[in-house]
Design a protein around this ligand. Structure first.
Ligand code: HEC
Length: 141
């Protein structure tokens, strides 16, 4: 009986240790994505949406605190394919053209999206390449 409890204890700590190990691997990957994401954002998006993500007047909608971020599939899709036509962001109407970004790889979109949701979407999860591929393959959300 005592021995069984000892093995149960060993098993539990083993599982806890392994799980913690996995989480920190994911976290290391996420931090790497964010570091790359910042650069991609600065080079590709900040001109319009501004370095602080607050957008520009009635021209460019904000990413910071944007209620549109709830539609993560659409966000992934519009980064690659652009966007046009009227859209409501935080109750304000925008109607301009966002150019597509065919030069960004699936990995770069994953890095960029991970960064955007970490910084402005209050969502510290890793958005990986498989997720981006899945959304883009599914077509227009
Ligand atoms: C040339 C200016 C321009 C650039 C560069 C640009 N956008 Fe946009 N973006 C816009 C406009 C304009 C809209 C609104 C389009 C509409 O009216 O339908 C928009 C909409 C969005 C939206 C949905 C609305 C919101 O604010 O939440 C997201 C998310 C977004 N852009 C992210 C990005 C990201 C990420 C990049 C960099 C890859 C980027 N944009 C680059 C102009 C731009």
């Amino acid at each position: 009986m005592k021995l069984t409890r000892y093995y149960a204890f060993l098993l539990a700590t083993g599982i806890a240790f392994l799980t913690a190990g996995c989480q920190s691997q994911d976290e290391i990957k996420r931090q790497k994505y964010i570091t790359e994401g910042i650069l991609i954002y600065q080079n590709t998006c900040a001109n319009c949406h501004q370095p602080d993500g607050k957008g520009l007047e009635a021209l460019y909608p904000p990413l910071a605190g944007s209620d549109y971020l709830a539609k993560q599939d659409s966000v992934i899709h519009l980064i690659r394919y652009g966007m046009q036509g009227p859209v409501q962001v935080n109750g304000k109407r925008y109607n301009r053209v966002m150019p597509p970004n065919p030069q960004l790889s699936d990995l770069e979109i994953a890095e960029l999206t991970t960064y955007i949701y970490d910084r402005w979407g209050n969502d510290p999860t890793l958005i990986d390449v498989a997720r981006v591929k899945g959304v883009l393959k599914a077509g227009t959300p």
